[in-house]
Write a protein of this length. Structure first.
Length: 88
């Protein structure tokens, strides 16, 4: 039950981080005074990077919950991040 609660909280945290990525990416584009296609490209890449980092954080939490280390953790992280990218 405890693991389930932690997993739900981790999911909510990563979802919140992903949703918060858009305004911060827009703000960064504004700071750089980007417009048009350059702004669109920058924001798209920024959001993709933010999503990847939140997926990595979620996978890291799952690996910690499973008490993985070394090669098992590395393997789990690769698989988890690949699945997160495919899902989004």
């Amino acid at each position: 039950m405890r693991t389930l609660i932690i997993a739900v909280l981790a999911t909510l945290f990563t979802a919140n981080t992903t949703l918060a990525a858009d305004p911060s990416c827009e703000a960064k584009a504004a700071e750089k005074k980007l417009a048009g296609a350059a702004k669109a490209s920058f924001v798209k890449k920024c959001e993709k990077d933010a999503k990847a980092s939140s997926a990595a954080a979620g996978c890291e939490l799952k690996a910690t919950e499973k008490k993985l280390a070394g090669a098992a953790k590395n393997s789990f992280m690769k698989k988890c991040e690949k699945e997160a990218k495919a899902g989004g």
